[in-house]
Every structure is written in structure tokens, then in C-alpha cells.
Design a protein around this ligand. Structure first.
Ligand code: BGC
Length: 437
């Protein structure tokens, strides 16, 4: 089994949050390009038309990752760069861009990992219903086939869909992320289609030998507020929704709708063979975790019957995201995943904390030190943890929060586009060089 020094370290990034060049080289618009046009949806009324300008500065960013000693560079591909219309004609300039990123990684000795989908659906597909339209399974399959045919000769690790629950929960239920849709019907239909699409994507990639194909799951520790049956039941419902819905159907356990009966509504969208088709034996699971939430029963909240007791109300400090930062969650979820299957390879494929512009970066260092302590315990318990990917390299566009939260270990001056390593980047560089000795 792995020891802490055997873990691989890397970083995770995402196309929309970093690339910019939103309409360059025949790229089509994505749902985030259109969503951010309604500027009131974004806290600082910003958008990611330029973002960190990764499109033009990827070499510099990859060099920085290498300099810190990271071994993996995980980035996502923008679907609308490859297929400006979502389907149909492939854009050679889109392929060329990702060829350059992948080749550069290989040249400087960092392993490229691809996420096929990190929330930026082509707008043209959203015009046809997006994830609520069952045709998305075919659209996504066509897209993944093209990615496989162009990049699988050099990319060995693939993450299919990043955090399905956030994609459909924030985008199709709460409407706070693109495409800004709300409601239970949008939610249940897009959940089912996204999971089916992911299962198809897995099969398509696995037609090639030698690939490691997995998914990345958002995990949030949920606890009841009071020690009452009602609050415990509320916590079970929310935990089922946030931490099981996007896992158990792939494990062949079906939808966890006994513990959250609202999910029975998904069955309206079942076709024959669907539950079987969802079963997917991923090569690895990516666990991504940031925060803890405490919930209490609330009969007046539709569908959920639960409400979050905000950290402030519990006298708990929050990060600039308004979250209770919870590095302990990494250990908790790795242990929980290992119970599903003790042999399966696990990655901590995102962890990190946001600071405001004014906060001292020492706080981030302490956060990562706690993560490392947790991982030592996990390894002592013989859990098959392979490595840790940080969120994230350079401060970037944090979705509905705009540029206010700073998740990077490298800062960005948005006027000059200059990057500068923060204290945490220097700390990590030192840690990584010592640990390998
Ligand atoms: C997402 C990232 C996001 C980060 C912080 C993760 O859930 O994958 O895109 O920036 O959380 O909110």
C-alpha cells in the first residue's frame, strides 16, 4: 500500500474558469458564456471572456506547476471549442489548442489528465434542452469519441463528468449556475441523463486499452443540527442527495430513493435497460471536498424538507465562499468510499480553500497541512489512495462568485496578467522536494 511519499501530487483546473478566448478560433458559445451575459447572476458582475487567459499563457502556467514539483496537470476540455454547434462538424482549431496543451505537458514532464466536462455545455445544445433532453447521451458520446480519437494516444487518465450534483443541482434545480434553470423536473431528468451519458462515455473510452477512466464526485459532509429524529432524517435526505445520488447508480445499487423518496420521480424518465446501463466499473473515483454543512428539518422547504443552518449562526468561521472550511472531510470521504469497495483506486481529485484578497496565505498552508495529516491516517488504514490534486493553480473565475474568492496557490494580477507564486506555492514546493528525499 502507498505511503505519504508515494502519493502523486497535481493540480486541477477547468476550461471556463481559466481559458478566456471565449470566441476565438471558431469556438462556439457555451452556457456559461451566455449565463454571464446576465451580469447580475455573478457577484462581482464579471465574466470569463478573458479569465486567466490560459488560452495564450498555458505554457507559463504549466511551467509553474512543474517548478512547484507537481506531477499531474488536470484540465478540462471546452466542448464548444471542439464542436462549436455542440454536434456535427469538428473545429480543427479547437483540437489544435488541446494538442498543444497536452504536448507541452509531455514535453516538460507533467502528466496531462483530461476532464471531458466541467459544466460548460455548448449553448446550441442547451437551446434543445441541454441535460434535460435524453439526446444529450448521444451528443456527449459523439463528443467523447472525438476526444478519445484525438487525444487518447497521449492522455492516459480521464475524468468523465466533474461533479454531476453541482452541475445539475446548481444549474437545473436552483438556477444559480448556468443555464439558470430551476425546478424538480429539470433536476430529475438531467440527473438521469447525465449519469447515463457518463456511463456511455466510460464505455467509449474503454474501447482503447491502457486508459484509466474515472469520475469526480462532489462530497460535502452533512450533519444534523439537533439531536432529534427530524433533524437526523433531514441530514439523511441531504446526504443522499449530495453524496450518494451520483455514485450508487454507477455501483449497480440503483438510485438511493428509499432514503430520499423525491428521487422516485426519476423513474418517470427510465427506459428499459437504463438501470443496468448505469452500472459502471470506473477505474478510479475522484473525491472532491471542501466544506461541511449542518442541516435541520424544515417542512416548508419544497422537496428537501430541510434547510442549512449557516455557519455564522453556529458561531463557526466561514471562508470568503461563505463555507465552513472542512479539511477533515477528505479523510471522512475516503474512508466512506473505501467501504463501497476497498480495492478501488481513489484520488483526492480536488481540495482547496478560498481566501479573500486581504487574508494571509498562511491559512491555506495550514489547510493543506491538515489535509496531509488526514491522508496519513487514510494510508495507515490501507485505503487505496493514489494522490492529491489541488484546487487550484492560478486564481480564477469562481462561477457565480466571480473573481472574489482566491483558490489559487498562484495569484493573478488581472490588469497585467502576471502570475506570482503565493506563500502556499513556496511551501508546497519545499514540502514536495523534501518528501521525495
Ligand atoms: C469545482 C470547481 C470550483 C471549486 C470551488 C469544485 O466544486 O469543480 O470548479 O471552482 O469547487 O468552488
Amino acid at each position: 500500500m502507498n505511503k505519504i511519499k508515494d502519493l502523486k501530487w497535481g493540480v486541477t483546473t477547468a476550461a471556463y474558469q481559466t481559458e478566456g478566448a471565449y470566441d476565438k478560433d471558431e469556438k462556439g458559445l457555451s452556457i456559461w458564456d451566455t449565463f454571464t451575459q446576465k451580469s447580475h447572476k455573478i457577484k462581482d458582475r464579471s465574466n470569463a471572456r478573458i479569465a486567466t487567459d490560459f488560452y495564450h499563457r498555458f505554457e507559463e502556467d504549466i511551467d509553474l506547476a512543474v517548478d512547484i514539483g507537481l506531477q499531474i496537470f488536470r484540465f478540462s476540455i471546452s466542448w464548444s471549442r471542439i464542436f462549436p454547434e455542440g454536434v456535427g462538424v469538428v473545429n480543427p482549431k479547437g483540437i489544435k489548442f488541446y494538442d498543444k496543451v497536452i504536448n507541452y505537458c509531455l514535453k516538460v514532464g507533467i502528466e496531462p489528465w483530461v476532464t471531458t466536462y466541467h459544466w460548460d455545455l455548448p449553448q446550441k445544445l442547451q437551446d434543445k434542452g441541454g441535460w434535460t433532453n435524453r439526446d444529450v447521451i448521444n451528443w456527449y458520446s459523439g463528443y467523447v469519441t472525438v476526444l478519445r480519437d484525438h487525444f487518447a494516444d497521449r492522455v492516459k487518465h480521464w475524468v468523465l463528468i466533474n461533479e454531476g450534483i453541482v452541475c445539475v443541482g446548481a444549474g437545473y434545480f436552483l438556477g444559480v449556475h448556468a443555464p439558470g434553470k430551476r425546478g424538480i423536473r429539470n433536476f430529475v431528468s438531467s440527473t438521469h441523463h447525465l449519469l447515463l451519458a457518463q456511463a456511455e462515455g466510460f464505455k467509449i473510452l474503454k474501447e482503447r486499452t491502457g486508459l484509466q477512466v474515472g469520475t469526480a464526485i462532489s462530497c460535502t459532509k452533512i450533519e444534523p443540527y439537533r439531536n432529534t429524529t427530524a433533524d437526523h432524517k433531514a441530514a439523511i435526505r441531504i446526504d443522499t442527495l449530495m453524496n450518494r445520488l451520483f455514485i450508487e447508480p454507477h455501483l449497480g445499487l440503483g438510485y438511493p430513493d428509499n432514503d430520499f423518496p423525491v428521487l422516485k420521480r426519476i423513474s418517470k424518465y427510465y427506459k428499459k435497460g437504463d438501470i443496468e446501463a448505469l452500472k459502471t466499473d470506473f477505474d478510479f473515483w475522484g473525491i472532491q471536498t471542501y466544506a461541511r454543512e449542518v442541516v435541520k428539518a424544515a417542512w416548508y422547504i419544497p422537496y428537501l424538507g430541510a434547510i442549512q443552518v449557516k455557519p455564522k449562526k453556529r458561531n463557526v468561521k466561514t471562508s470568503v465562499m461563505g463555507w465552513e472550511t472542512y479539511p477533515e472531510g477528505a479523510q471522512y470521504f475516503l474512508e466512506r468510499f473505501a467501504k463501497y469497495n476497498p480495492k478501488k483506486a481513489l484520488w483526492l481529485s480536488e481540495c482547496g480553500m478560498a481566501l479573500s484578497k486581504k487574508e494571509d496565505d498562511q491559512i491555506r498552508i495550514e489547510y493543506y497541512q491538515k489535509i496531509i495529516e488526514g491522508m496519513k491516517t487514510v494510508l495507515d488504514k490501507n485505503i487505496n489512495l493514489k494522490g492529491i490534486l489541488l484546487w487550484t493553480l492560478v486564481d480564477n473565475f469562481e462561477w457565480a462568485e466571480g473573481y472574489i474568492p482566491k483558490f489559487g496557490i498562484i495569484s493573478l494580477d488581472r490588469k497585467t496578467m502576471q502570475r506570482q507564486m503565493k506563500k502556499s506555492a513556496f511551501w508546497l514546493k519545499k514540502y514536495l522536494s523534501n518528501i521525495k528525499l
